[in-house]
Design a protein around this ligand. Structure first.
Ligand code: NAD
Length: 552
């Protein structure tokens, strides 16, 4: 399929993409793997060294190069350059070596890359829309070379991972997320569009940095911001009418509002609010198989009440209600603690999104005391406050619970509420642990634990694939609910025996395909699509998945 507008009916694809132009087209380039016949036919003879390599041999070279680099940031830069040169090879490496590569192209390394984006900048990728493009968003979107875009991931860079406002440097995040859409769910790279909406930054250090790549101004707020975002939505839905829009790493002053505003009008979701909720719910479903405490009897104490925390809270309340609890009883199972202490009714400083979870209780400003008072079965860290699940906190939780659930979901690793090693050490090896960024396996008193990664990367690729597969026109909370159930159902007894409450990452394509089926099934049942259901839905989904192997 040719998606480049420059190819007209008069020029065939092969006339257009030949010679140096072909080698510089990352979608079609095979580098040293072009065969003898292709080198003659496509005008490549002499432009490549004479030996023809297989894709497998090219992979060995990539892995060898990666090993020679001395830091993960250098490995990130190398991998991004490969993506710019040869996407098929890049995705093959990512797909076949996901455990090793995901931490390099996503959290935690992407956090380091975003912090220094202007300094390590090589080539642009994705679209940079800025406040200066007001009135011409449509024109700018038309510069994107591919027409059949199915997923747009957009950030305004204000809350990048747990690192705060990184302005236009946040572009690493939409790029990383879309890379995972392709690697984990086989969405074709030409169907993915990363966007940064640069509305300025309030990060002084960046504004004073001569190599910063974004607008040198304070962030737009209020009406100006809303008008710009609205123009983006109009332009994007006109130019790419079949695209999902995924909101990523917006600060909560905008995230909740934008989600509320657009979710019922277009095919849009917020991954931090909805995707995180789904992966956490899946983790709790799996954890009950270890703790033997049924999900409906869990008591959850959250550290952090932002997009991630409140998003998780809402989905858990829905899940508890589906098991027969009343709304009030379900809410009483979810207690929140933010930077100012326990979220209780008597507080008069609560933002709107926190109020539905304010409890009838006295205010406490110590998290450990909140554990003593509420006696949770699980603590869920979504605060970006590194090390806040301290030794006394973990010991206290372990005193109350035979198998305490500890989810330290903040990213990147430097912001994690505790390390895997500490979680096992201070609970006597009894913790059921998951973290947002990966931790290496831990040996505790002769037992090996493999911590699971409670990251929305398990969810959004499959949800996106499902929505594309059935042509759904909206993305609903129920989709994230069925995605959580599907993910949890794919955790095996051997995963649990290792202490891992998520499936192995090496199975992610299979996992995403099954999540996609669950999501599409729901869309057919709820009339969220007018497309006809294929007889074999799983096969249909699998057929859609891009296989990064050269075709001859
Ligand atoms: P946010 O800014 O919307 O919310 C942060 C919340 O943490 C706020 O309620 C704030 O009051 C609270 N907080 C900050 N410091 C605190 C402290 N010292 N003690 C208690 N509470 C504190 O951010 P968010 O979108 O909710 O993300 C929070 C963290 O979760 C980030 O580190 C992010 O990377 C991580 N996250 C992980 C995943 C995942 O898939 N694992 C997904 C989304 C977000």
């Amino acid at each position: 399929m040719v998606s480049n507008d420059k190819v007209t009916l008069e020029t065939s694809v092969e006339d257009y993409y030949r010679g140096v132009k072909l080698l510089h087209d990352p979608i079609r380039n095979k580098g040293t793997a072009f065969s003898e016949e292709e080198r003659d036919r496509l005008g490549l003879r002499g432009l490549l060294p004479p030996k023809v390599f297989t894709q497998e041999e090219q992979i060995i070279r990539v892995l060898d190069n990666l090993q020679r680099k001395s830091t993960d940031l250098e490995r990130y830069i190398y991998l991004m350059a490969l993506q710019d040169r040869n996407e098929t090879l890049f995705y093959r490496v990512v797909k076949d070596h996901l455990n090793e590569i995901m931490p390099l192209i996503y959290t935690p390394t992407v956090g380091k890359a975003c912090r220094q984006y202007g300094h390590i900048f090589r080539r642009p990728r994705g679209l940079f829309l800025s406040a200066r493009d007001k009135g011409r968003m449509g024109q700018v979107l038309a510069n994107w070379p591919h027409r059949d875009v199915r997923i747009i991931v957009i950030t305004d860079g204000e809350r990048i991972l747990g690192l705060g406002d990184l302005g236009a440097n946040g572009m690493g995040i939409p790029i990383g997320k879309l890379t995972l859409y392709t690697a984990c769910a086989g969405i074709h790279p030409t169907q993915c569009l990363p966007i940064t909406l640069d509305v300025g930054t309030n990060n002084r250090q960046l504004l004073n940095d001569p190599l910063y790549i974004g607008l040198g101004q304070e962030r737009l707020r209020g009406r100006e911001y809303d008008e710009l975002f609205d123009e983006f939505v109009d332009a994007a839905t006109t130019r790419f009418p079949r695209a999902i829009i995924q909101l990523e790493d917006f600060a909560n002053c905008n995230a909740f509002r934008l989600l509320r505003e657009y979710r019922n009008r277009i095919c849009l979701f917020d991954d931090d609010i909805q995707g995180t909720a789904s992966v956490t719910l899946a983790g709790l479903y799996s954890a009950q198989r270890i703790t033997k405490i049924e999900f409906k009897n869990q008591r959850l104490l959250f550290l952090g009440a932002g997009e991630a925390g409140i998003g998780i809270g809402h989905l858990i309340v829905s899940a508890l209600k589906s098991e027969g609890l009343s709304d009030q009883a379900a809410r009483q199972r979810c207690w929140f603690f933010d930077s100012r202490g326990l979220i209780v009714k008597q507080r008069d400083d609560l933002e709107e999104h926190k109020r539905p979870f304010a409890q009838e209780s006295e205010h406490l400003s110590s998290f450990k005391e909140a554990i003593e008072r509420f006696r949770p079965t699980a603590i869920i860290g979504v605060s970006g406050a590194a090390g806040s699940f301290s030794e006394p906190v973990l010991r206290q939780l372990a005193e109350i619970n035979q198998r305490p659930i500890v989810f330290a979901l903040s990213n990147p690793t430097s912001k994690s509420e505790c390390s895997a090693a500490d979680a096992y050490r201070y609970t006597g090896g009894r913790a059921v642990f998951a973290s947002g960024s990966p931790f290496d396996p831990v040996d505790y008193e002769g037992r090996a634990f493999v911590p699971g990664q409670g990251n929305n990367a398990y969810i959004f690729p499959g949800v996106g694939l499902g929505v594309i597969a059935c042509g759904a026109t909206r993305i609903t909370d129920e989709m994230f609910f069925v995605a959580a159930k599907s993910l949890a159902s794919q955790v095996t007894e051997s995963d649990l025996a290792l202490g891992r409450i998520y499936p192995a990452l090496s199975n992610i394509r299979e996992v995403s395909a099954k999540i996609a089926v669950a999501v599409a099934e729901l869309a057919y049942e709820s009339a969220l699509t007018t497309e006809k259901r294929p007889e074999d839905l799983l096969e249909h989904v699998k057929q859609l998945m891009f296989d990064p192997t050269y075709d001859n």
